[in-house]
Design a protein around this ligand. Sequence first.
Ligand SMILES: [Zn+2]
Length: 188
Amino acid sequence: MPEKNNDSCCEICGAIRKTRKTGGVEACSTCRTVISCVRNHPDLVRKIWPLYQDEPILLHAERISSAEPMELPDVLDGKRYRTVDREDNKWYLSVSEINGNPVEVFASTAFDRNHELQSRISNLTTITRLISLILRHIFLHEPLTMSKCLKQIQRSSRQKNDLPDMLYGVLSRYNRNPEEAGRNQSVP
Ligand SMILES: [Zn+2]
């Protein structure tokens, strides 16, 4: 019977085999070979990959990492759409565009000063701020981070304990890079 004492779980493929620490991970011999190829010969991996694989995984990863994030220019084209909701409130939805792509959305309404609607407006602000963040990620390759999401949620809050404020309180517990948020909002 072969001894099983030295076997452990490969952190890469999950197989229960003899593993060794390579490049910071506990890996089996097969995975160690792959790791060493990827670390030492990425150009070869890139060259060989399309010969045997249809999925452009490496090409895609390369495209995303090499795409330079684009800064929002000071002046943006935009369109404003007037809409009416089911309760007959009039809304203005503004979409800023770059090359015809939406990169920011805003919603405004005539009843902005109405106190009863403050919470509704803060919820709406959360939605449009997060959508804008996603749009800038899609079209301008702006990195999407937890800290940025949190910052947008926090800025959407209008009153203590409104929905964005509560969401911020809960989600900021998961932020692993609090220093990147710029404020000392870290939690234990
Ligand atoms: Zn493995």
